[in-house]
Design a binder for this molecule. Sequence first.
Ligand code: PLP
Length: 354
Amino acid sequence: MLSKKFKNLKAYVPGEQPGNAEYIKLNTNEAFLPLPECAWDFALQNMRELSLYPDPECKALHREIADLYKVSPGEVITANGSDELLNFAFLAYGDADHPFAFPDISYGFYEVFAQVNGIPFEKIKLDEEFRIRVRDYIDIRKNIVIANPNAPTGIALSKAQIEEIVCSNPNHVVVIDEAYVDFGAQSCLELIHTYNNLLVCRTFSKSRSAAGLRLGYGFACEELIRELHTIRYSINPYNINSFSMSMGIGILKAEQEIRKNIEKTVENREYLQKQLKALGFRVLDSEANFLFASHEKISGENLYLKLKESKILVRHFSKERIQNFVRITIGSIAQMDALTDSLKRILEEQDAQR
Ligand SMILES: *Cc1c(COP(=O)(O)O)cnc(C)c1O
């Protein structure tokens, strides 16, 4: 019965979510540190009565976001995960005359959003070192989506590089997906005051330890935000439920604790990177909460399968250029040590088989 227009639609495939604690879970870039207690206290004490609909304007949450990031509430939009916000952007700005462009190796959902909305798209190749080549995005007269840092590589562009792309495509929207920006990359947020074609997307799912909350947010000039609200009100004006709203505020009020969690994550990333390199892995320079690594002695798929046998989940993508890599989410030092122990054993077994 499915509409003909969806006959060839390939849905996004989320990472595995085993329902038990049997695995060390390093496959979907969730935070390994829990939410600060004070965020829970705030949320439970300040939640709106659930018999009422949530505030469709999200006034209190938008005010809190605007204060923290020093923008005006009219420059803020929130969504049920940044995935929803990205979909709003595809819907709002894409059509046959306004195709989207994004890197060939990036967040897999971009292609799905283009397809489900019937929007033509172009995938632009990363260079040999898996970097985004800025010149490929200059004056291309298409809408653009770039994850910065990129996923699954973890490699980031500078704010100046983003600005070159934004200012050379003044009649198209440039979406910068900053899901991982808190882990070390430069944000381009302040450019929304200079350019009216820039949308910056953020999420509570990675650096803010709240993937289960489903809360994303975005920044742009007031005109773009108004247009995105038109889409939001046409799909789901209550996309932020009352619990997400008060928990979101509680988390923003715990910014100091969150900053400490981010510092620990970055420390552990540097720790794991050293360990992996000592084992002979190629590791791309990551400014995210994950590392993208490959080893010449074992294929990415085998590595994924053998780690899974040892009860460690990492993410493997079967795409041609990156099939020898696995993406490893940063966890606690104990988790990172368990991972390197398993890797050592797997590589030794590999040697023994030769
Ligand atoms: C995780 C992720 C998202 C999705 O974030 P949600 O807010 O959980 O929907 C968006 N973009 C990138 C690049 C991501 O890795």
